[in-house]
Design a protein around this ligand. Structure first.
Ligand SMILES: Cc1cc2nc3c(=O)[nH]c(=O)nc-3n(C[C@H](O)[C@H](O)[C@H](O)COP(=O)(O)OP(=O)(O)OC[C@H]3O[C@@H](n4cnc5c(N)ncnc54)[C@H](O)[C@@H]3O)c2cc1C
Length: 488
């Protein structure tokens, strides 16, 4: 997309009003600055008209009210690590970046509650909780960079949400700016708030219903003992079988992560985590609790893995050893960036018992389409993340990758699963929503969205199919549509 040659008058007044309300230093509008904010971690792209950096909830509310007066859309953004195009401002407008609202306001260790601003980085919170022996359970693999606000908007998961549940289970209350600029507080610091659970509705709403400006989070105690097991298999199918077998035998580990051979060969030479290069797949399994319980559960896990074909099961109790094993998992997706010109990361979910069959189908589909595919995922949740590697400079490659992505999502749905396990629908998967919801289901969701405000105000063209001015499909297809629009 080309930057505008002239700035229309309406945009000049929008910028001026935002500068007056938030301070000129907190407003970006030059094309070279805006370019940095036109994408997240997907292949989707679209340029905002203006980017603002609020410092307070009042700043957010003021920016929203100004956007309403100028009749332009608003898109909230955290760190931009999203994997569904959620923070990509597809119809332009005001991008509200929450990363400067990054203070931890309170840690109440006795009541196991933390109050944070939305721009707090997930791992910074974990670090601050460390001295109290507490943790915030949702730990996306992007936790070094992603924000709590983004986690809430996407109801993010992570390796340790297998035992603890995803973000929605750990958010007690939120302060939210609504599409008309009002500020409301939803949920309560103590459990089971009376009334309609609007807190639950907001979590996972991908910035379409409100902008989270403060969050009260539930904390959990760190377990006294932790053991990390590395189970080494000849095939993904065997490792997938082990996942169900472990749980069938009555143990729910806190984490069960799968890495296939392709990803092991990418990550191991770079990170040196100790994964064998000749393995067909490894499972990284973590067991927590009191020491005796950990020993007993680990024995069950180890036996289940051996019974399903593991050739070796290693175990690590010391923090440094465990961290080394985890480093490979946490760095895996980033490492693909050094192995291929580009990759397309998919997110699907299937009933855990269907993993062997669906993973076999994923491998077949990648072969059929002629792309290498590296898999690393939260296997315990039945969540799969194929990473399709490709060269976008090859004519037609991007289109074929998107087609392959669709075929993989279809395989998940056909196996009784769904089109996202944790990354959200965003821009990327709107058109697949009809595969999993009836028209009546979607109408009910649209009605909820309309109750909060007009659907073209907060994060338009996200999550639900259709919408005023929204084309279906990916941002690349929307370029022509946008070229005719205002400011672009
Ligand atoms: C290497 C890598 C690993 C990842 N691993 C995981 C994983 O294990 N589990 C997982 O679930 N995800 C994972 N992700 C995806 C991503 O990190 C998460 O979705 C994360 O929660 C996004 O946070 P963010 O701050 O980057 O949000 P952004 O990408 O900036 O925004 C994401 C969505 O949230 C909305 N939003 C942001 N802030 C707010 C707010 N304050 N109020 C309302 N809406 C808001 C945006 O509009 C957008 O729709 C991974 C991504 C990468 C790149």
């Amino acid at each position: 997309m080309l930057p505008p040659k002239t700035v229309p008058t309406e945009l000049t007044t929008l910028i001026r009003d935002l500068q007056e309300a938030l301070g000129a230093e907190n407003v970006l509008h030059l094309p070279e600055d805006l370019a940095v904010y036109e994408y997240d971690a997907t292949i989707e792209r679209a340029r905002p008209d203006v980017v603002v950096f609020p410092a307070t909830s009042e700043d957010v509310a003021a920016a929203v009210r100004i956007a309403v007066q100028h009749d332009v859309p608003v898109v909230p953004r955290g760190s931009g690590t999203g994997l569904s195009g959620g923070a990509v401002p597809i119809l332009g407008g005001v991008l509200i970046v929450l990363t400067r609202m990054n203070r931890i306001l309170e840690i109440d260790a006795d009541n196991r509650v933390a109050v944070v601003q939305p721009g707090v980085i997930n791992l910074h919170l974990q670090g601050a909780l460390e001295p109290f022996g507490l943790l915030y359970a949702p730990d996306p693999s992007s936790q070094r960079v992603c924000t709590i606000g983004g986690n809430i908007a996407n109801n993010s998961g992570g390796p340790h949400t297998l035992a603890h549940g995803s973000t929605v289970n750990h958010v007690l209350a939120i302060e939210v700016v609504l599409p008309d600029g009002r500020v409301v507080r939803l949920g309560s610091r103590v459990p089971d708030a009376p009334g309609i659970d609007l807190r639950g509705l907001l979590v996972g709403s991908e910035g379409t219903l409100g902008i989270v400006t403060e969050a009260t989070l539930r904390l959990v105690r760190k377990s006294p003992a932790t053991r990390t097991l590395l189970a080494i298999f000849e095939s993904v199918a065997d490792a997938s079988e082990a996942v169900s077998t472990v749980i069938r035998r009555g143990v729910i580990p806190v984490a069960m992560e799968m890495l296939d051979q392709e990803i092991i060969r990418i990550v191991e030479p770079r990170i040196n985590a100790g994964y064998p290069l000749d393995a067909g797949a490894v499972l990284l399994i973590e067991v927590e609790g009191v020491a005796d319980g950990v020993a007993a559960d680990s024995a069950v896990v180890e036996q289940a893995c051996r019974d399903t074909g593991a050739r070796e099961v290693r175990s690590a109790d010391e923090a440094a050893e465990r961290e080394r094993l985890w480093e490979g998992r946490k760095a895996a997706i980033g490492a693909i960036g050094g192995a291929a010109p580009a990759f397309y990361l998919l997110d699907g979910v299937v009933p855990r018992t269907k993993l062997p069959q669906v993973m076999t189908r994923v491998q077949e589909l990648c072969r059929e389409y002629g792309f290498s595919c590296a898999n690393v995922f939260h296997a315990g949740d039945g969540n799969l993340h194929p990473n399709i590697m490709f060269d976008p400079t090859v004519p037609g490659a991007t289109e074929r990758v998107l087609e392959l992505g669709g075929a993989i999502m279809r395989a998940c749905v056909d196996a009784g699963g769904s089109i996202t396990g944790e990354h959200g629908i965003g821009l990327e998967k709107r058109s697949y929503m009809e595969w999993v919801f009836s028209e009546a289901d979607l109408e009910a969701m649209r009605a909820v969205r309309e109750a909060f405000g007009p659907s073209d105000r907060f994060n338009p063209c996200k999550m639900l199919p259709g919408g005023h001015g929204c084309a279906s499909g990916h941002a690349a297809e929307l370029d022509a549509h946008l070229a005719a629009g205002a400011y672009v």
